[in-house]
Design a protein around this ligand. Structure first.
Ligand code: ATP
Ligand code: MG
Length: 427
């Protein structure tokens, strides 16, 4: 016998029990986004490779080593499975000229692909909810996005997620800081790990973001970007902070928060938890005022964030906040030919009035069918034998919270099941 095929490492199947949790989460997320006036957008999963090189930055982890890129064998085009959504979203906005008359608030949700070492909370196909506000310059949008993400944790009942913020200033401020940072790191070159050595002249800011514990002291003593910010950048940062304070949302300024993508400026933020082990960042974002122009559009400020769905769902499940919902309301069991036809009619009738109904298929004894009904998670079983069929009636048996079995007419059935599910006993 040939070996069964397996999914690609780091790319997961999401099976029904878990997928239902995802759906619950997605419903909540949709409502939450509507509450802030964001509208959905859906982009392709595959984009021309140069989009990401241009948007994310050639010397970032993503572009250097994490992208799934390939040549289209039919026309030789260089293509990449999207590693994140911002670049695609901005590309779509520019391609369809969506910023011509007003700013836009957009969101998307879906799989992203990065060739990383799979581990808990880090996968090769993972999912993000991404939120982008394009055409907005003020700190109010940054603050609103931070507060809105905080509201989602509240909506989900999640606790222990902490907010870290920083400002990356503007590119001239970063350039001055960069010169001093390189000089500092060069004098301590022997303390840099291999990644640090490599990044020293390509992307020294990222060294501050190192997860290597032996480099912490070095990084702590490094020149801080915030000390290089001019008046305008500081004012923006203070604007964000005062709105967070007004809203009573606690935060910590983390001077080492620099983000892995090149396109950020001014505000950056992350939501982190210590409840997920090493992969503790559940949401990250910030301002990216230069990206629209970098991708060929008219200069337009922007701010956005993305959250890792797998990490949030792990937290949601661990903290026991997901409510189990019945998969169907009614399971219809039946035996005999006339009963089978009656059952079909009953099931369709119940669906007409809005119940979720599973009609037993595949025959079997009443006993074995009732076992299936129990296992289905349905709240009630509708039982139909030839006797019920003849009388145009149905026997209703509650499956969850006890209660008496009773027999009703076809016409009284929907009301009876409604009462069964919503509460009161049958007469
Ligand atoms: P990290 O430092 O953990 O690699 P990142 O800076 O690469 O994160 P972003 O590109 O900012 O992450 O993505 C936003 C969010 O998406 C992250 O905070 C995280 O929750 C989630 N995420 C990123 N990469 C993965 C992955 N490989 N698997 C699962 N979730 C991920
Ligand atoms: Mg990463």
């Amino acid at each position: 016998m040939s070996q069964t095929l397996q999914a690609i490492r780091g790319m997961n199947d999401i099976l029904p029990d878990e997928a239902e949790l995802w759906e619950q989460f997605e419903e909540l997320v949709r409502d939450w986004l509507r509450g802030y006036g964001y509208r959905p957008v859906r982009m392709p999963l595959v984009e021309p490779t140069p989009l990401f090189a241009r948007a994310i930055g050639a010397v970032t982890d993503i572009v250097e080593k994490e992208m799934y890129s390939f040549t289209d064998s039919l026309n030789g085009e260089q293509l990449t499975l999207r590693p994140e959504g911002t670049a695609s979203c901005v590309r779509a906005v520019l391609q369809h000229n969506l910023l011509y008359d007003s700013p836009r608030k957009l969101w998307y949700m879906g799989p992203m692909f990065r060739h990383e070492r799979p581990q808990k909370g880090r996968y090769r196909q993972f999912h993000q909810v991404g939120v982008e506000a394009l055409g907005y310059a003020g700190p109010d949008v940054d603050a609103e996005q931070i507060l809105m993400s905080g509201r989602l944790w509240d909506d989900l009942g999640l606790t222990g997620i902490e907010l870290e913020i920083n400002s990356l200033g503007q590119s001239d401020e970063r350039a001055r800081h960069r010169t001093d940072l390189i000089a500092y790191l060069e004098t301590h070159r022997d303390q840099l790990d291999a990644d640090g050595q490599r990044r020293l002249h390509t992307n020294p800011l990222r060294i501050l973001d190192t997860k290597n514990p032996t480099m912490q002291a070095l990084v702590d003593g490094a020149p801080k970007l915030i000390d290089y910010l001019g008046e305008t950048s500081l004012k923006h940062f203070e604007g964000v902070q005062s709105l967070l304070k007004d809203a009573g949302r606690p935060y910590r300024i983390n001077p080492r928060l620099v983000r892995g993508l090149d396109y950020y400026n001014l505000t950056v933020f992350e939501w982190v938890t210590d409840q997920l082990g090493a992969q503790g960042t559940v949401c990250a974002g910030g301002r990216y005022d230069g990206l629209v122009e970098q991708l060929g559009g008219k200069p337009s400020p922007a701010c956005g964030f993305a959250m890792g769905v797998e990490r949030l769902l792990a937290l949601w499940a661990d903290q026991g906040n997901a409510v189990e919902r019945p998969t169907v309301d009614v399971y219809v069991v039946h035996q005999g030919e006339a009963a089978g036809r009656h059952a079909f009619k009953v099931a369709e009738h119940l669906r007409d009035v809005g119940f979720a109904v599973q009609l037993h298929c595949g025959g079997g004894s009443f006993k074995s069918q009732m076992k299936r009904a129990d296992a289905s998670g349905a709240l009630v079983a509708a039982i139909i034998g030839d006797d019920e069929a003849q009388a145009n009636e149905v026997t209703v048996k509650p499956l969850r919270d006890g209660g008496e079995q009773c027999r009703v007419t076809f016409d009284g059935l929907a009301e009876m099941i409604g009462e069964r599910i919503l509460g009161p006993e049958c007469e």
